[in-house]
Design a protein around this ligand. Structure first.
Ligand code: NAD
Ligand code: DAU
Length: 355
């Protein structure tokens, strides 16, 4: 049985990874999370009482706390998902992105490397540091072509530049110190438990509430969508079988314009949650995102050919499941949007020391 330290496990993708580990394997998980606005322990209630799950309320920028966590929990691997993740927020306030995504990754790498150096030979050679990153590090595509693992880095937003920096740090720690890393770069995820600042949950909830559906620019920017549980299964496979020092791109071969995505959500809601008029009438064109990347598309052949991974959900099945989840989980939605979650977090963790 392995013990995995997951950073950012209270977030959208991290919580999906943890639910899979606890429900589908015999691994133990330590969830290390600062609980920013995007971190939500309600996403883990289904597994929170499992004896193989532990939570540590820690900031990855706090090297002393990281050292304590490694000493107390003695993990076999780290999966690093903690990050500031929203492009729009990185444009209005880049500081947190530099701090967590770059400085935090550096501090985590050093704490992990010190711990790794203390292990006996067998555990040292089995140890893995898995860095979870994004396809946005490659910049923007024109009408044709795909991002491969050898595409040059050309990050365009403060978010993608901070993630690109963290990828380079991880690469350097492998090259210089022989630190055992694998890195993955994934396309846009969607699914349950995503904070409703991102396109798909924002549009679902606005449509249900009769609010405008904001489309940046003309709505013709293209994203390549992957259901979050498919991403989680790919991450588990790369952790288990990925080659040290290698990068794997993860994507679902699901390119859609933003307008197509919004129309699909509206059609599902017209069916599941009819409100008299078609939901598309709520579509509202708004000012474009500054520096808005035109198109992302992942070539996922390497992970398919080398590790045998392929996604289970089509965009149609995954999107329907996602809409159904948001319709059925009003409590979760209220918890993250009404400020109640913030109050709850303060009550539960506000006075608790992490040491
Ligand atoms: P998210 O914003 O939903 O969750 C991020 C989590 O990290 C939250 O629980 C937050 O509390 C935690 N966190 C933030 N700063 C922290 C800090 N300093 N110390 C400890 N914890 C901290 O993000 P997500 O969408 O789940 O993304 C997870 C990772 O996957 C990120 O690294 C992101 O760059 C990457 N990624 C995301 C997508 C996507 O479509 N969402 C696609 C590819 C890659
Ligand atoms: O590609 C992977 C990346 O996908 C991840 O690394 C990021 O963490 C994740 O947030 C996501 O980034 P995007 O910027 O692509 O996601 P977002 O949901 O913010 O936007 C998707 C597209 O929809 C993008 O072209 C901008 C557009 N958009 C977004 C919002 C929030 C709108 O048109 N209206 C909106 O209100």
């Amino acid at each position: 049985m392995k013990k995995i330290l997951v950073t950012g496990g209270a977030g959208f993708i991290g919580s999906a990874v943890i639910r899979q580990f606890i429900n589908e394997t015999d691994c133990s998980v330590v969830n290390l999370d600062k609980l920013t606005y995007a971190g939500n322990l309600q996403s883990l209630v289904s597994i929170a009482d499992n004896p193989r799950y532990k939570f540590e309320h820690v900031d990855i920028c706090d090297g002393g706390q990281l050292t304590r966590v490694f000493r107390e929990h003695q993990p076999d691997a780290v999966m690093h998902l903690a990050a500031e993740s929203h492009v729009d927020r990185s444009i209005s306030g880049p500081a947190d992105f530099i701090e967590t995504n770059i400085v935090g990754t550096y501090i985590l790498l050093e704490a992990s490397r010190n711990y790794w150096n203390s292990l006996d030979a067998q555990r040292k050679s089995a140890f893995r540091f898995h860095h979870i990153s994004t396809d946005e590090v490659y910049g923007s595509l024109g009408d044709s072509g795909f991002f491969t693992e050898t595409t040059a880095y050309e990050p365009n937003s403060p978010y993608s530049a901070s993630k690109a920096s963290s990828d380079h740090l991880v690469r350097a720690w492998h090259h210089t110190y022989g630190f055992p890393v694998v890195t993955t770069n994934c396309s846009n995820n969607y699914g349950s438990h995503q904070f409703p600042e991102k396109l798909i949950p924002l549009v679902i909830l606005n449509a249900v509430n009769g609010k405008p559906l904001p489309i940046y620019g003309k709505g013709d920017n293209i994203r390549d969508w992957l259901y979050v549980d498919d991403h989680a299964s790919a991450l588990r496979l790369v952790l288990e079988r990925g080659k040290l020092g290698e990068t794997y791109n993860i994507g679902g071969w699901n390119e859609k314009t933003n307008l197509e995505v919004v129309h699909s959500i509206c059609a599902i809601l017209d069916d599941l949650h009819p409100q008299g008029a078609p939901h598309t009438q709520l579509i509202t064109y708004v000012a474009d995102r500054p520096g808005h990347d035109k198109r992302y598309a992942i070539d996922a052949n390497k992970i398919a050919n080398d590790l045998g991974w392929k996604p289970q959900e089509t965009f149609e099945t995954g999107l329907r499941k996602t809409v159904e989840w948001y319709l059925a989980n009003d409590d979760w939605v209220k918890g993250v949007t009404s400020g109640e979650y913030q109050k709850w977090m303060k009550q539960n963790y506000g006075d608790r020391k992490t040491s």
